[in-house]
Design a protein around this ligand. Structure first.
Ligand SMILES: [Fe+2]
Ligand SMILES: [Fe+2]
Length: 368
C-alpha cells in the first residue's frame, strides 16, 4: 500500500525560486488574509515537497488515532458524561479532569481535520483510517452509544510506559544519548490493564462516593498515566519531525500543533502525580506526592523539565523536551503506540498501512 504522489513536484529550479521569493510570499499571505479573510489553507501558493506531505500524512494518522482514543475517554468521563465511579476516580486526580479530557479530544480532532485539509489544499493525498475502524470498545450500556461504536484503538489491554516521568526528572541523562529510564509505576508498564470501564460494573453509573472502589480507581489512575504517555509522545514527535520539514509554512504547522501537544503533556504530567496510591491485584500505584520523602526522580511536584544534557555534554545542561532526535522518529512512534497495546486486535493491513506512512515520513529529507 505504498502512498504515491502525483500532484506534488520537487523540481530544483522551482525550489530555488521559492527560496528567493519566501519573504515576498509571506508578506503576500498577510495581505491576502487581511483583504479577503482567506484562511491560511494553501494561502502561500507554494507547493510542498513529497517529504513534507509524507511527514504531514504520518502526523494526520497519529492525530486520527489520538482522536479515536480521546473520544473514548470523553464518552465515558468527559464534560458531558454522566457521574460515575470512574469519573469520580478521575476527579480525584483533578476536579477539572472532565473539562480537560473533553478539550484534549477537541484539540486532536482539530489537528486531524486541519492537517488533512491542508494536504488536500496542496493536492496531496490525505489520510483516512475508517476502513480500520473494526475494534470493539467498552461494552458499557449505561451510557448510550458507547458499546455500539467501533474503534480504531484499544484502551482495555494497555501496558503504559511511565518512564517519561523519570526521564523528565533526570538532570544527567537524555534518551537521545541512548539513556533509558525506570518506570514510575513499574507494574503498569509490565502488565495489561484497562484504562476505561469495560462494562457497567466498572463504570458505576451515578456513584460519586469517595473513596472510589479500589478497582475503579485503579482504572482511573491508569487513564491518568496513559493521558501523559500519549501526549509526551506527541510532544517529542512534532519537535523531531520539524527538523526535516522543508516548506516554512509546513514548519509553522508542525511547530504550532506541536506546541499544543506540549501543553497537553504538561497538564497530564501534573495530574498523574495525584493518582491515588493503591494496590489492585498486580497493579500497584505508589504514593508519588511530594509531602513524603521522595527521591527527585519520583517527586510529583517536579513537573517542569529538569535541565539535562543536550546535543553534547560539552554544553551546559538545558531544560528541554526529550527525545528530539529526528532519525526514525515516525517508525519509533508507531512502535511505541503498538507496545502500549493500543492496536491489540487490529488487522495486519492496519499495521502495514501505518508502517508505510511511518517509513515514508522517516525517509523525508529537509530540502532547503
Ligand atoms: Fe494532536
Ligand atoms: Fe495530543
Amino acid at each position: 500500500m505504498k502512498q504515491s504522489e502525483t500532484a506534488i513536484r520537487k523540481h530544483a529550479g522551482r525550489r530555488s525560486f521559492l527560496r528567493n521569493s519566501l519573504a515576498a510570499s509571506a508578506a503576500t499571505v498577510g495581505v491576502e488574509m487581511m483583504s479577503n479573510g482567506l484562511s491560511a489553507l494553501g494561502a502561500d501558493n507554494q507547493e510542498i515537497t513529497e517529504g513534507d506531505a509524507a511527514i504531514l500524512r504520518f502526523l494526520a494518522a497519529a492525530e486520527i488515532l489520538e482522536t479515536d482514543l480521546w473520544q473514548q475517554y470523553t464518552e465515558l468521563t468527559g464534560q458531558d458524561a454522566p457521574a460515575s465511579g470512574y469519573k469520580t476516580g478521575l476527579i480525584q486526580l483533578d476536579g477539572d479532569m472532565p473539562q480537560y479530557i473533553s478539550d484534549n479530544t477537541d484539540d486532536e480532532q482539530s489537528h486531524e481535520l486541519f492537517i488533512n485539509a491542508y494536504l488536500k489544499s496542496k493536492g496531496a493525498k490525505t489520510v483516512d483510517l475508517e476502513q480500520f475502524r473494526t475494534l470493539e470498545g467498552s461494552q458499557v450500556t449505561d451510557i448510550p452509544g458507547v458499546a455500539s461504536r467501533k474503534r480504531l484503538t484499544n484502551l482495555m489491554q494497555l501496558s503504559v510506559d511511565t518512564s517519561w516521568w523519570t526521564r523528565y526528572r533526570s538532570d544527567t541523562q537524555n534518551p537521545d544519548f541512548g539513556d533509558t529510564f525506570p518506570n514510575a509505576v513499574p507494574t503498569l508498564a509490565a502488565g495489561k490493564f484497562t484504562a476505561i470501564p469495560r462494562n457497567n460494573a466498572e463504570l458505576e453509573i451515578g456513584n460519586t462516593n469517595v473513596p472510589v472502589d479500589t478497582h475503579v480507581q485503579a482504572i482511573a489512575n491508569t487513564a491518568g498515566f496513559h493521558f501523559a504517555f500519549i501526549e509526551q509522545g506527541g510532544t517529542s514527535l512534532y519537535a523531531s519531525v520539524a527538523q526535516r520539514v522543508s516548506n516554512v509554512e509546513v514548519l509553522r504547522i508542525v511547530l504550532s500543533i506541536g506546541g499544543t501537544e506540549i501543553m497537553h503533556f504538561q497538564t497530564w504530567h501534573d495530574k498523574a502525580g495525584n493518582a491515588v496510591p493503591l494496590t489492585d491485584g498486580a497493579l500497584v500505584f505508589p504514593d508519588l506526592t511530594a509531602d513524603i520523602p521522595q527521591p527527585e526522580t519520583l517527586q510529583s511536584n517536579l513537573i517542569m523539565p529538569e535541565p539535562t544534557i543536550f546535543l553534547s555534554k560539552k554544553f551546559p545542561v538545558c531544560s528541554i523536551i526529550r527525545p528530539t532526535a529526528t532519525k526514525g522518529v515516525a517508525t519509533g512512534a508507531a512502535k511505541a503506540l503498538t507496545a502500549d497495546g493500543l492496536f491489540i486486535g487490529q488487522t495486519p493491513d492496519f499495521f502495514e498501512f501505518l508502517n508505510d506512512l511511518a517509513e515514508e515520513a522517516d525517509a523525508a529529507q529537509r530540502e532547503i
